[in-house]
Design a protein around this ligand. Structure first.
Ligand code: IPE
Ligand code: IPE
Ligand code: MG
Length: 251
């Protein structure tokens, strides 16, 4: 008897939280935690490549994180620039396509140029779509989409009654990708913190107390194993879902 392969999420979205506390536990500056967090990102990307996950979206910096102390924001920007300088070639070699979502014009030109260059270099890669949410806020994403449609209506390109889930959704970040199947938040907090509000509508949620710098393949595998055991119903009944999952069953 063969068993069906466990479903692997096509799109994994992660709030990488707990860097500051990881450093605090070691009586080190918060920036040391962010640096350790960057190493965990590499482990996570390797894991996704091994698992055949198609899209990995990482929350690296929220629109609200700009309000942190200036030295932490400055340190994070340095770390971000350093990662762009050092890691992009390797990601390209591995077949990853890099994309950034969020309010780009808040970044220094040097960072912005590197982001654009990374996207251009890796645009043809298909093994893994690696999306970095930086200066990203879910509400801002939805507001920007609404503004685009309002402009279309004002210019006569769209009727107000054509605004619906499909037309609004098409303007939201990552509209061309499958929606996140699995959401992971490390660091023990049970909240979304303005991450992909629209896109997470039917994601399976998984929380862990592990701090992001401690994340490794074994922990990510735990999340995937639990995901494989979940029943995603999308509003249907369990019986309907089981019927759909078995196309040989007569209707
Ligand atoms: C997440 O770790 C990384 C960023 C928000 C940039 P934190 O810096 O939020 O770590 P904690 O939550 O303070 O431990
Ligand atoms: C969410 O973490 C943002 C990122 C991980 C980039 P925060 O640490 O900023 O979230 P809150 O403040 O605990 O909700
Ligand atoms: Mg935090």
């Amino acid at each position: 008897m063969t068993t069906a392969p466990a479903p692997v999420p096509r799109h994994l979205a992660i709030i990488m939280d707990g860097n500051g506390r990881w450093a605090q536990q070691r009586h080190r500056p918060r920036l040391i935690g962010h640096r350790a967090g960057a190493r965990a990102v590499k482990r996570c990307v390797e894991f996704c490549l091994q698992q055949g996950i198609e899209v990995l979206t990482l929350f690296a910096f929220s629109s609200e994180n700009w309000n942190r102390p200036a030295d932490e924001v400055g340190g994070l920007m340095k770390l971000f620039l350093g990662a762009l300088e050092r890691e992009v070639d390797e990601l390209h070699r591995l077949g990853a396509r890099l994309r950034f979502i969020g309010e780009r014009d808040r970044f220094a030109p040097q960072i912005l140029d590197r982001m654009q260059a990374a996207e251009t270099l890796t645009a043809g890669n298909t093994r893994l779509q690696l999306v970095i949410a930086a200066s990203y806020g879910g509400r801002q994403d939805i507001a920007r989409a609404a503004r685009t449609l309002a402009e279309d209506v004002a210019a006569g390109r769209l009727q107000a009654d054509q605004i619906n889930e499909a037309t609004l959704g098409a303007q939201i970040a990552l509209a061309d990708l499958p929606a996140p199947d699995l959401f992971i938040r490390t660091g023990g907090e049970l909240r979304i913190s303005n991450f992909l509000l629209w896109q997470l509508a039917y994601a399976e949620l998984w929380f862990t107390d592990a701090l992001w710098p401690d994340v490794d393949a074994a922990l990510l595998q735990q999340a995937l194993d639990e995901y494989a055991r979940r029943e995603r119903r999308f509003g249907l009944t369990s019986a309907q879902v089981r019927h759909h999952a078995n196309p040989g069953t007569p209707s």
